[in-house]
Write a protein that binds this ligand. Sequence first.
Ligand code: SF4
Ligand code: SF4
Length: 373
Amino acid sequence: MANANLIQPDLDFVKELTVEGGGGESLKKCFQCATCSVVCNVTHTDRPFPRKEMVWAQWGLKDKLLGDPDVWLCHQCSDCTAYCPRGAKPGEVLGAIRKISIQNNSWPSAIGKLVASPSGLIPLLMVPIFIFGAVILGLGRLNHLEGPIVYEKLVPIPAVDAIFMTAALFAALSFFTGIKKFWKAMLDATGRESVRGSVVPAIIAALSEIIAHKRFDKCEVTSARASAHKLVFWGFAGLAVTTTWALVYLYGFHLESPYSLINPMKWLAFASMCSLLYGIYKVVSNRKDNAEKAGEGSYFDWLFIWLVVLVGATGAMSWGIRLLGIAPLAYLTYFTHLVLVFSLFAYAPFSKMAHMVYRTTAMVFAHHVDMEK
Ligand code: SF4
Ligand code: SF4
């Protein structure tokens, strides 16, 4: 007699997935026809998704889904959602599973819960407001803002660096904990104790795929999303280079801001900011234009999008308003910018931004498993 498999559904997981506003509300409409797996250009041929994930989700197989790299190989292009004959929105359901996966892996989990819920927004923003406010008031900086607008007068650069370094260390630790848990979940789901051999070739394959957006380029229904995503990606990459460049200026050569307008670092920052802002504008307009076909996106998706929009906008406005010489507005905009940048990076392991790290990890795992064959 064949061995029987005991299925243990996690009904709380199904409830969490299908709750109003969570992104997976349409799950129960799926009647498992597999059209979605047929139309998905990103899926593998030997273990196609997303139909199997829709079945597992309906059955409440949380552990299987949280250890499934395919959930992360999906780029939410929504080709499947557009063709689903039942309106089950598999692209959105997979997005909701990724959100739960981030929450489940993230540490401390309380922050994950705050990031996932609209009611958590104010408490989260109060943290950087309190930190930067305490530095400004503690050092009596409000009394020293006369004369030319120099943002260092509001918050000294060493204080900004110390706060962001601490936030970055916290985010790195949280990511490390989360990725360790995720890797173990993928090993368990595939019945492995560990992977065989070096993962370096898989890392190289995954990174080259990400840089060129090879998978995203295969999407059809919302193909413009790939170009928008590329602009955002290159905007972020350019700003990361600019930040490192500024740190080298400051700590390597003791050159302090503001820098000349003809400094190439300024031009890279400007070009990266334009790429980020235009890319995010395209992300928003594509989502609006395709809402009927591809789904509207959840609060979790939109929180990340709006945070990036506001970081880019307040960064550009801080620059522009300083040039116009409107001091109170410039300092207020800069303060808002600091609060938003802190929120974007300190809460990255808990927000949709974490998809960069989890998707990369899933790609490495999937490539390595394929190379093991
Ligand atoms: S999600 Fe839609 S297309 Fe996919 S299996 Fe279910 S009903 Fe079919
Ligand atoms: S959203 Fe796109 S990538 Fe994801 S499963 Fe559907 S078709 Fe495939």
